[in-house]
Design a protein around this ligand. Sequence first.
Ligand SMILES: NC(=O)c1ccc[n+]([C@@H]2O[C@H](COP(=O)([O-])OP(=O)(O)OC[C@H]3O[C@@H](n4cnc5c(N)ncnc54)[C@H](OP(=O)(O)O)[C@@H]3O)[C@@H](O)[C@H]2O)c1
Length: 309
Amino acid sequence: MLIMSSGKQVMIFIDTDKHASPFDILMLADLFPESQSIYYSNVEPEDVQKIVQDAIFPRGPEGCKNTKLFIGGSNVEKANKIVKIALKSMFPPFELATIIDPSGAHTTGSAAVAKTLQILLKNSLGDLKGKNVTVLAATGPVGEITSSIYQSEGANVIVTSRKQERADSLAERLNKDSSNKVTSLQAAAPEDVGKAISNADVVMAAGSAGVQLLSIDILKEHGNKCKVVADVNAVPPVGVENLKSQGDGVEVIPGVIGVGALAIGGLKNKVEGKLIAKAMDMPKGVLDYKIGYELAKEYVYKKMGKSSE
Ligand SMILES: NC(=O)c1ccc[n+]([C@@H]2O[C@H](COP(=O)([O-])OP(=O)(O)OC[C@H]3O[C@@H](n4cnc5c(N)ncnc54)[C@H](OP(=O)(O)O)[C@@H]3O)[C@@H](O)[C@H]2O)c1
């Protein structure tokens, strides 16, 4: 007699890229060596219903509890379509816990915001509510999630782009479901960047790898109110001049404390590990930046010896 076992934990990685990223697969392997990974590369939205439905039926409802999805890839727009179709392809009791992290944006954004919160708290500057935050080059996947988290934390957010229309279109997306409206600004030339940060308590540089967005001269000249500056770009030249990637709570200019990309990356990896561990524990449900940020915040408050409630 064939005995069907539904006990083994299996994570199915759905990736929009030509080659599924080993990053998340390796993280699972280290955290849960007994688990198994199945990965699909180059996935198109029209492939997804079949993949998901072929995953929910063979192991039955009990097996679904041990079968997880991880939706990633660098094409965020496509990945977001895939998420919608994947979730629509499930129904009770055939549901899979699903992690959403295209381009690493959900985990990176969660960590980036939490690290700036950590610096504010550490320096007795309060939390993010009511703070003026400028996210430079906010139009990428990481910048969008980062801005959205600041917005949901009650900060007054400015998002910038080299093109006004791109900043406007991001602001429109962010403002659709929030009463805390973000403002869009064009910041192409250094003087525009100066204007964009002139009122900011917190500046987040969210630009492409290898692009410097903020020079020390501009920060000195326009960042009079700035208390915290952060950067997610670890590739030289980094996003904020003189802010080392490893820097974590270092003074960039007098009175402005910085956190660099590798310091943010360290927390990003912790958040991803916690999301994976949570997915392994959950029979169903979605794990995205909302949960990721709660986990990052919990970590930060724990470090501070406080509760995040
Ligand atoms: N620390 C980590 O663990 C981690 C994880 C993932 C990603 N990252 C890093 O996070 C950063 C953001 O990632 P992403 O995928 O969101 O970035 P992205 O989409 O490549 O770029 C973000 C924005 O940068 C702006 N930009 C591009 N080239 C520019 C240039 N030459 N001058 C000025 N602005 C420019 C663009 O905005 P406009 O065209 O609208 O101006 C773009 O939308 C990257 O540096 C990436 O390496 C870090």
